[in-house]
Design a protein around this ligand. Structure first.
Ligand SMILES: [Zn+2]
Length: 524
């Protein structure tokens, strides 16, 4: 399952290494050259989950050249005594498909240690462009998304105009279905299925690493299990992971995990359950059953894992909350109008940060009616929904099947969920250090080595000689999330240096402006 993914040599290398000596694995010359920099004396979390050990790390060009007691000559020494050194964090669950084009410095991610973003989750991919840009309206309401043709065009655009972090992409089933069938609530015809397969195969040809579904969203929700199995089967011989925002994360959680496992089994692909949770009061506690299902599938030999963001509140488009009856006015509803808070609403920024309970009082109507009115006036409104149980969050986080993904919605400038920037700091500081929910080395593994293996990101995720120098230097005693629901854009603290492909992108907690990110593509 460890499929090799390398920056594609067919496109122009965006240049972090141009003009420098590039270290190649097995290149015996490197010891004779001068290192570009050596990080000295850090407590090294190597990404494997092993306890930290004191170690230097030398970097030459884009790569880690030496790990251990480094004595070779170097252009720069970075004293990291008392600090931690880890592989750069891999955010396996992002919606940054267009953010990396519109905000290429991605400060809201890299200031918190993220060096790779996996885009295209929850059925929402970057191509075909027309459908993708329609679906992205909610995230970037007032911005023009640059045009391109297919994933070839998307990756070419990113290679010409690199972002700061690396980008790996999933194709989105919802985007593909929208492009082929519109929002029709029916099964695809044979011709439509062939067209969807062709679109997926174009994406795979270009190096997309898998297929995601969003089975609560339009139009993904109209797909039956068989449709997804047939489409995902295209990946069985060529590689590619199936990731899913499941059909029901509430009282239907167990049935939804069963559906995801069946799709993986019958299509012959690995499965990633997105943002594993039990949503809404009536379903609290069900994660024990869903985790058991995952364990049983693993013991049968199936490859299935999950990701999680470290909060008891989620965030999505208001339309989906209403459409899936995720909240209601009665006390026994999964969540109440007080639990649903407006995150972004471009025609009415004055509503941002206010709950449906508050707005319904102002409007003089019920919470449901308030939601309907908001949707009429601002169809792309996004919300934060307080709907999870803290014990469930901890149970899922401590489980070995769980890696970390922010699921942040990059509505930069509005009131996004603080998970957008603070996810990794919160797991390290709050949950690992302060609450001891899991050891810090295990927390780092869930953000690095585990993620790289699962998504097939070759030579990433571990601090090892020959790997890409994606590195984070942070203070394990002070690392902390600061963003709150009131002030979500506060950046986390404790991150001293961040390197992407050997180039420093954060220095002394400040973005350097460098954009050395590569497109990470599945080969073959
Ligand atoms: Zn999702």
């Amino acid at each position: 399952m460890n499929r090799a993914i390398r920056p594609n040599s067919r496109t122009r290398d965006p240049g972090p290494v141009s003009g420098r000596t590039i270290y190649q694995p097995n290149d015996r010359q490197y010891g004779e050259n001068m290192y570009d920099f050596v990080i000295r004396g850090a407590s090294l979390f190597d990404g494997s989950g092993a306890p930290p050990r004191q170690s230097d790390v030398a970097v030459q060009g884009s790569f880690i050249a030496e790990v251990g007691a480094v004595s070779g000559a170097t252009r720069r020494d970075i004293d990291a005594e008392g600090l931690a050194l880890a592989p750069g964090f891999i955010d396996v669950h992002t919606h940054d498909d267009f953010a990396v084009l519109l905000h290429p410095e991605m400060a809201f991610k890299v200031l918190g240690g993220v060096t790779t973003c996996v885009v295209g989750n929850c059925g929402m991919g970057a191509a075909p462009w027309q459908a993708a840009s329609l679906m992205a309206r909610a995230f970037h309401p007032d911005q023009d998304v640059p045009r391109y043709e297919g994933y070839a065009g998307y990756f070419a655009h990113l290679s010409e105009n690199p972002a700061t972090p690396n980008v790996a992409a999933l194709a989105g089933h919802g985007t593909i279905r929208l492009a082929v069938m519109g929002v029709d609530d029916r099964e695809p015809t044979e011709a439509e299925m062939a067209a969807m397969k062709a679109t997926l195969n174009e994406a795979l040809d270009e190096g997309v690493i898998g297929l995601s579904t969003g089975l609560i969203y339009e139009p993904g929700r109209y797909a039956r299990t068989e449709e997804i199995i047939e489409l995902a089967s295209e990946m069985s011989t060529r590689g590619g992971i199936y990731t899913t925002h499941m059909r029901d994360e509430g009282t239907g959680l167990v049935a939804s995990v069963e559906e995801a496992l069946r799709i993986g089994q019958e299509a012959g692909v690995d499965v990633q359950i997105s943002h594993h949770k039990a949503a809404g009061r009536p379903s609290w506690g069900l994660v024990r059953e869903s985790l058991e299902l995952i364990e049983q599938a693993q013991s049968r030999g199936q490859t299935v894992f999950a990701d999680q963001y470290p909060y008891t509140a989620g965030s999505t488009v208001l339309a989906a909350v209403l459409q899936n009856e995720m909240f209601g006015d009665s006390d026994d509803a999964p969540s109440t109008p007080a639990d649903v808070v407006i995150a972004s609403c471009s025609p009415h920024p004055e509503w941002e940060g206010r709950s449906l309970a508050e707005l319904s009082e102002e409007f003089g109507c019920t919470g449901t009616e308030a939601a309907e009115r908001i949707l009429r006036e601002a169809p792309t409104t996004t919300v934060i929904t307080h709907m999870m149980n803290e014990d469930d969050v901890r149970t899922v986080m401590a489980h070995p099947s769980t890696m970390i993904g922010s699921d942040g919605i990059p509505t930069v400038g509005a009131k996004p969920h603080p998970r957008l920037s603070n996810t990794f700091a919160r797991v390290l500081g709050h949950y690992a250090r302060d609450e001891a929910v899991l050891p810090m080395a295990e927390a780092v593994r869930k953000m690095t080595g585990f993620a790289a293996e699962t998504f097939g990101l070759d030579r990433r995720g571990y601090v090892r000689e020959g790997n890409y120098a994606d590195l984070v230097v942070f203070d394990p005693n002070t690392v902390k999330d600061r963003g709150t629901f009131d002030e979500p854009t506060l950046m986390p603290t404790g991150f001293h240096h961040v390197f992407v492909n050997g180039t420093e992108v954060v220095s002394g907690g400040q973005h350097t402006g460098s954009r050395p990110g590569l497109t990470l593509r599945r080969q073959g």
